[in-house]
Structures are given as structure tokens and as C-alpha cells.
Write a protein that binds this ligand. Structure first.
Ligand code: C2E
Ligand code: CA
Ligand code: CA
Length: 714
């Protein structure tokens, strides 16, 4: 909104406000002058609405200024607060802006506080005038009497404040019209009644004590908010101020009481309190009230049990974006109503935390009760909501936390509820999930791991172990698989199953994989230098994510070229699913790698699609049979004919396609013997060796060289 439009808005607001004020009192200035004053005040309010940080003081001073302008009626306050609430947002062009709306409440509050304080001070000053007038009257100097009588009478009869003068015995001597009006009596009915008849029975002692003290001359002033009793018996809340007038020797003579009707102010305070604690759209408690209640519940002793259902509507953004905010708002209202209906006992609170997030807070509950409540909530929301001609199906995800309050702080509990809600979403939505500390610990560990990983690659906390691949026909070690490990400074040695998945998720696998390849290539070169053509082929795992890297081919070429290796001494392993899902770019990448002369093997074959026909079109040199087939070939089990048949078929089909077959996970000699009989080329597994440092491989190669001339003995 431009500044001209805003200035026009301020002008219009000031005119409406001035007119409203003029109806509640008389400022003793003409309308234009009043509008001018009010415009200045409007400017202050607008500035407060827009300010980055809210400062209540200038706004309070606007309230004070109205009292100084002699707008002192309760209606002045009510009308102004209403106007601020309804129109001020429009002036700054921020209708519908939630943040600005909550600022309006703050502005109303500060304004009302300033007004009320100023009014109270004014009443106190007025009372002094009356007291003096009463004193002067008693002293009896004619002229002074006349002057003060006139002043006294004017004030007494015209003020909106109720005034009552009583004698030392507690009888009403006189009262003004305002008091009679407030209490619903005629003036004549008030005169001569005992003062105690005017106090409300709900607080007899609170009022009697101080007044008795005053009549006994023990105190001169008394001020408090007190309930008076109306003619019909109902209670009237007042701001009551009583002063003692003594006679010439100092003995108590009259009590002058002034009562301001604070009904309107109370109602306003109540409304402001409600506004500050409730969500304007749904009428539910807001985050502020929820936080307050949560703190209360946590104050009820360590064994007290607290339960939270933290709820978020599934796919709300889609509804909002496709059907419009208006429909979205109606949906939120409908959800709020359903929740509110389900949860209406005093030990439970439903709050809207913002957006499409709600929370149900239960005090003194059980795990079982919370689970049932979560089920009920999901069922209640499942019923489609009719809105604007649509029947909207809604589901929600709920994170449930139930614990004794001694176990955690409110903030920790909220964080756990938030995490659990996230699990419910991640696990497929439309469900509740209860907080599980073990799962949380695992996820925190995962997070900690993935956060540390980039630095770990830099600082070479990773290392590579090698597992032998053995030719079945003669038991010779012909290759090794490079398997990465992480020597974590705090957690110790971590296997790839603990971090490869994470590295794929974060994309770090690209750097890590390049590092492993370089490391393995370096090792291959050292072996080549030592064993010449007897050096083992080195097989390195490649994650699916790496094949999507545009630089993969050139990286591989550079690394192998730098190591001076014949390309066929390196093999890259990809899982079946990684290859099958690769089309277009990645498949071209594989072809380019194969064209360099590097071998490609399919890892864990048989666990995925096992589409042999498709294999024909791929640049593959070897397949690695998944370890799961080995069980049926084992001596420990009665040999499973199905497994044996499958393995036989896979081996002969692979051979027909020109692929070499390497069996994985070979743990006993029966398996090895059967595989050899079937015609499987090579095998890898604990029967031969677990993965270990390069020196282990060297020991085996050295032993092989020594025993090579003679057949194996013993
Ligand atoms: P994989 O490629 O299937 O590797 C074989 C896994 O089986 C290795 O586990 C190995 O220690 C284990 N193994 C070997 N022989 C036997 C046996 O006789 N019985 C049984 N039960 N298991 C055996 P590891 O080292 O924990 O590696 C797990 C997986 O991590 C690997 O499975 C591979 O997919 C992945 N991985 C390892 N290193 C790398 C790497 O550098 N890059 C990528 N992308 N993935 C890697
Ligand atoms: Ca592998
Ligand atoms: Ca494997």
C-alpha cells in the first residue's frame, strides 16, 4: 500500500474515531480540532502496528490522552477498542495478516491499560476536590462555603462516578445520581440506608474491615476493586475509593466513597485475554495458552503423567493451493470442531499451533488412553467434510508422546512430539506413532554420522579391506573385492551397512566412492609391481548414485590411468536394481566404462528383477550370485533342490550370454564343492577368508606362490 493511500486511511479512521468519541463525552473543542488531535493518536497506533518490535508505551499514552481530553466514560474505552480491532488493520492494508492481527490485540491492550490508569488517577484527584469541599463546608466561612458548595455540587451531580457520603455510624447521608443509576435505586431510596446494605454478600469481610477502621479513625484512605450490590441483588464490580473526613478535633465525621463502574473494563480485559490466548480462525486455544498449560501440567509433581497428540493434516497444502485459502480455512475450522468435540473434558486442551498443526494436551492420562484417543481422532477426521460443494476427505498424522513429567522438560517433550509427528508422516501418513526413544537414538546417531562424514573423507578416517575371490577349479586367488570401512574416532570401526545408505542419501557417496576407487587402484598398482600378471583383479563397488555423475567416466579413466593399470585389472560392481533402473544417460555411462576395457559385474544377482533377457543388452562381464542362494547348497541344510536348480540354471544361462559367474557368501566346503560341480567360475566367502587388510591378501598370494608347484597338501 502506498503512502498516499495510507494517509487517506489514517484520515478516515481519525474522523470515524473522533465522531465515536464525541458521542461519549464533550472535549471542549470543536470537531476539526478534535479530528486533528485524534489523527495524531491514530498515527501513533499505526506506527505501533508496523514497528518491528512492539513498544506499549506510546500506545498507553494515547489512552492517557483521551482521559486528559475528558473522554472518561466506559463507553469511550469500549468504542475505541472496538474501532481499533475492526478498522485499523485495513488502514495499513494488512487485513488477513495473522501476525498483524495479533499485534492489534497488543495495541488494544496497551491502549486500554493507559486509559484505565489515567482514569483511576483522575478519580483520585476528583476525590481530593470533594474532600476539600466537604472540609471547607464544615469550617463554615460564608464565601468559601458558597464557592466550594457550588464546585462540590457541580462535581457531585455531574460526574459519571458514583459518590456516596456516609456518617460515622455508617449511614448514607447523601449519594449522587450516578451512584443511584449504577445500583438501580432512586436517590431518595439511598439516603438513610446503612452503607453495609450496598456491599455485595460475596465479599463482606473485605469491605467491612477497612471501613470500620476508617470510622474508628485508624486510617484515612482505602482503595480497592470491590463488588457492590445492586437493588436487584446482582453484583456490580467497581473501582472503589474511600476517604475519611475528620471534624475540627480530628474525630471521624464522614466517609466519602467514589465508585467507578468497571464492568465494561472487565469485559474488555476478558476479551483481550481471550484474544491473546485463542486462535481467531478456529476459536481454539493458541500456542501461547497451550505453552502455559503445558508448564502447569509439568508442575504437578514428577509422577504426574502427561500426554500429547501432535497432529498435522496430511496434504493440507495441496487443498489450500488447489481449492483456495477460503476452503482451506473452512477445513481447518471443521477439523478444529471435530477435535474439540472429541476432547471436551477439563483435563484436556485442544490447541491450534499454527498452520494445519493442532495439539491435544492431556493431563493425568495413561498410554492406553492416549492410544485410544489417537485412534478416535483419526476415525473422526476420516469422515469427509462437506465444504463449498466439495466433500473433502481428510487424514492426519499424529505424533504421540506419553510420559511422566519427571522424565523430561516441556521443551524436550515438544521436540519429541515433533519428531514423532515427522515419523508418522515419513511412515506413510494417516496414522499415529508413539514416541520411541530407541528410534530417536538411532536417528540422532544417523544424523551425527552423516554430519561428520564429509570431514571424515577429508581426514582419511575411511580405509579399505579386501576379500579374496577364488577360482573354483584350482582354488587360486584371482581377485579381491574392495570393501570400505570407517574408523570412527568415537564409535570405533563401522561397517559399510552403517553408513553407505546414508552416504547415498546425502550424495556424499560420490566423493567417498571416488576415494575408494583411488585407494583400490593404488593398492592394485602395488600388487602389480610385486606379483606382475599374478596380481589379483580388484573389484570395486559402485553405488547407483555414482552412475548419475557426469564426471564418472573421466574420473575412472584418470584414476586408472594415473595408477598405470591395465583396465581389465579393475572391475566395477553394480547391483542389479541399479543397472535395471538405469536408462538413458547412466546406461551410456556404463557402456563408456566398458569401452575403456574395465570389467563390469552385477552384484547380488538374484535378489532383484533377475531379468536375464535384459542382461543381454548390457555391457556386463560377470555376475555375482547373491549369498542367499548358498543356503540351499549348504551341508548344514538338507540340500534344497530348488536352490540347486536355480543356481544351475543361472550359471548356464550366464555362460550362454558370455558372462563369468562369481558366487558370494560361500561359508562351507559343501557349497564350494556343489558350485564347482555346477560349473560356477569363482567364489567369495568366509570359507576362504573374511575381508581383511592388504597384508592378509599378500600372505595368501605369497603362500600360493610357494605351494603352486606342488598340489595342496594336508
Ligand atoms: P556386497 O557388495 O554384497 O559385499 C559383500 C558383503 O558380504 C560384505 O559385507 C562382506 O563382508 C560380506 N560377506 C563376505 N563373505 C561372506 C560370507 O561368507 N557370509 C556372509 N554372511 N557375508 C559375507 P560388508 O563389507 O559389510 O559390505 C556390505 C555392503 O556394503 C556390500 O555388499 C556393498 O554393497 C557395500 N559396500 C561396501 N563397500 C562399498 C564401497 O566402497 N562402495 C559402495 N558403493 N558400496 C560398498
Ligand atoms: Ca559387492
Ligand atoms: Ca554382493
Amino acid at each position: 500500500m502506498d503512502s498516499t493511500a495510507q494517509r487517506a486511511g489514517v484520515d478516515a479512521f481519525a474522523r470515524v474515531w473522533a465522531a465515536a468519541l464525541a458521542e461519549t463525552g464533550y472535549a471542549g473543542m470543536d470537531r476539526d480540532a478534535l479530528v486533528e488531535r485524534v489523527r495524531e493518536h491514530t498515527g501513533v497506533l499505526v506506527a505501533a502496528l508496523r514497528a518491528e518490535r512492539f513498544d506499549p508505551e506510546p500506545v498507553e499514552r494515547v489512552g492517557v490522552a483521551l482521559v486528559e481530553l475528558r473522554f472518561t466514560a466506559a463507553r469511550t474505552l469500549a468504542a475505541s477498542v472496538q474501532l481499533i480491532g475492526e478498522d485499523l488493520l485495513r488502514v495499513i492494508g494488512a487485513e488477513g495478516d495473522r501476525a498483524a492481527a495479533s499485534r492489534v490485540t497488543a495495541v488494544q491492550g496497551a491502549f486500554a491499560a493507559g486509559f484505565a490508569d489515567a482514569l483511576r488517577d483522575k478519580i483520585f484527584r476528583d476525590q481530593e476536590v470533594i474532600r476539600r469541599a466537604a472540609l471547607d463546608a464544615r469550617r463554615g466561612a460564608e464565601s468559601a462555603l458558597l464557592a466550594s458548595e457550588a464546585r462540590f455540587r457541580a462535581m457531585f451531580s455531574q460526574t459519571a462516578v458514583g459518590i456516596c457520603i456516609s456518617d460515622a455510624t455508617g449511614m448514607v447521608i447523601d449519594a449522587n445520581a450516578a451512584l443511584a443509576g449504577m445500583l438501580g435505586y432512586r436517590l431518595s431510596q439511598l439516603r438513610g440506608v446503612p452503607v453495609r446494605k450496598l456491599r455485595h454478600p460475596d465479599e463482606p469481610a473485605a469491605l467491612t474491615g477497612p471501613l470500620d477502621d476508617m470510622r474508628a479513625g485508624l486510617r484515612d484512605h482505602y482503595r480497592a476493586e470491590r463488588l457492590l450490590r445492586r437493588a436487584d441483588g446482582s453484583a456490580l464490580p467497581t473501582d472503589l475509593s474511600v476517604s475519611l473526613v475528620r471534624d475540627e478535633v480530628g474525630a471521624p465525621q464522614f466517609l466519602v466513597a467514589m465508585a467507578e463502574d468497571v464492568t465494561e473494563r472487565h469485559r474488555l480485559q476478558e476479551r483481550l485475554r481471550h484474544q491473546a490466548n485463542h486462535d481467531p480462525l478456529t476459536g481454539l486455544a493458541n500456542r501461547a495458552l497451550f505453552t502455559e498449560r503445558l508448564a502447569e501440567v509439568f508442575g504437578r509433581g514428577d509422577d504426574h503423567r502427561v500426554g500429547l497428540c501432535y497432529l498435522d493434516i496430511d496434504g493440507f497444502k495441496v487443498i489450500n493451493d488447489s481449492l483456495g485459502h477460503h476452503i482451506g480455512d473452512q477445513l481447518l475450522v471443521a477439523v478444529a470442531e471435530r477435535l474439540d468435540r472429541l476432547v471436551s473434558t477439563p483435563d484436556r486442551l485442544v490447541a491450534r499451533m499454527g498452520g494445519d498443526e493442532f495439539v491435544v494436551l492431556c493431563s493425568g492420562t495413561t498410554r492406553r488412553a492416549m492410544e485410544e484417543l489417537s485412534d478416535k481422532i483419526l476415525r473422526a477426521l476420516a469422515e469427509p467434510v462437506p465444504i463449498g460443494g466439495h466433500r473433502l476427505g481428510v487424514s492426519a498424522s499424529i505424533g504421540l508422546v506419553e510420559r511422566s513429567v519427571g522424565e523430561a522438560t516441556p521443551a524436550e517433550t515438544m521436540r519429541d512430539a515433533d519428531v514423532t509427528l515427522y515419523w508418522a508422516k515419513a511412515d506413510g501418513k494417516n496414522r499415529w506413532i508413539a514416541y520411541d526413544p530407541d528410534r530417536n537414538a538411532r536417528e540422532v546417531a544417523r544424523f551425527t554420522l552423516s554430519a561428520r562424514m564429509p570431514a571424515a573423507v577429508e581426514s582419511e578416517e575411511f580405509y579399505v579391506d579386501y576379500q579374496p575371490i577364488v577360482r573354483l577349479s584350482d582354488g587360486k586367488l584371482t581377485g579381491v573385492e574392495a570393501l570400505v570401512r570407517w574408523a570412527h574416532p568415537e564409535l570405533g570401526r563401522l561397517g559399510p551397512d552403517q553408513f553407505i545408505g546414508l552416504a547415498e542419501e546425502t550424495g556424499l557417496i560420490v566423493n567417498l566412492g571416488r576415494w575408494v576407487l583411488r585407494e583400490a587402484a593404488g593398492q592394485a598398482r602395488r600388487w602389480r609391481a610385486r606379483y606382475g600378471d599374478g596380481a589379483p583383479m580388484v573389484s570395486v563397488n559402485l553405488a547407483a548414485r555414482q552412475t548419475q555423475e557426469p564426471d564418472l567416466v573421466s574420473d575412472v579413466e584418470t584414476i586408472i590411468g594415473a595408477a598405470g593399470l591395465p583396465p581389465s585389472s579393475i572391475q566395477l560392481e553394480l547391483t542389479e536394481s541399479a543397472i535395471m533402473s538405469t536408462t538413458g544417460g547412466p546406461l551410456r555411462t556404463l557402456r563408456q566404462i566398458a569401452d575403456l576395457g574395465i570389467r563390469i559385474a552385477i552384484d547380488d544377482f538374484g535378489t532383484g528383477y533377475s531379468n536375464l533377457a535384459y542382461l543381454r543388452h548390457l555391457p556386463v562381464h560377470a555376475i555375482k550370485l547373491a549369498g542367499s542362494f548358498m543356503e540351499g547348497l549348504s551341508a548344514a541344510h538338507p540340500s534344497d533342490p530348488a536352490d540347486e536348480t536355480i543356481v544351475t540354471t543361472l550359471v548356464s544361462l550366464s555362460h550362454a550370454l558370455g558372462h563369468e559367474v562369481i558366487a558370494e557368501g560361500v561359508e562351507d566346503s559343501t557349497q564350494a564343492e556343489r558350485l564347482r560341480a555346477i560349473g560356477c567360475d569363482s567364489a567369495q566367502g568366509w570359507l576362504f577368508a573374511k575381508a581383511g587388510p592388504p597384508e592378509e591378501i599378500e600372505r595368501m598370494l605369497d603362500a600360493q606362490l610357494l605351494t603352486a608347484p606342488t598340489p595342496r597338501s594336508g
